[in-house]
Every structure is written in C-alpha cells, then in structure tokens.
Write a protein of this length. Sequence first.
Length: 67
Amino acid sequence: MIDDHTAVEFKSGTVHPGDAAGLLALSEEIKLKNLWIVSTEPVPRQLPKGIEVLPWRDYLQRVKGSV
C-alpha cells in the first residue's frame, strides 16, 4: 500500500483479471479508493471492480504528482 487509500501491485507482462485477486482481497479488509496494477503494458485500462492497470510510466507520473 502507498497510503491509507491506495494499494499497488506490480506485474511484468500482460495483466489478466485473475491477477487482481490480491488487491480485491485487500479491498475487502480495508476501504481503499485506488486499486492499481502497474505493468509493462503500453496503455492504461480498467479491470472489473475499479482496478486500474497502469503502464509503469503513467504510475510514475501519478506518484510524482502526489509528492
């Protein structure tokens, strides 16, 4: 987790919906605003239940903007 409202998981390669199981389990325990999977995929996209798949460069921009 980055903070009390954002959880991030890092994956290499293509992200599949089943890859979100850990984030979904965590979100059942803790109320989270952002669920992100950072990957080497070239384009951001949404998975079910609000999970965002972010290219690593997009992730760095978001983190940089929040500091």
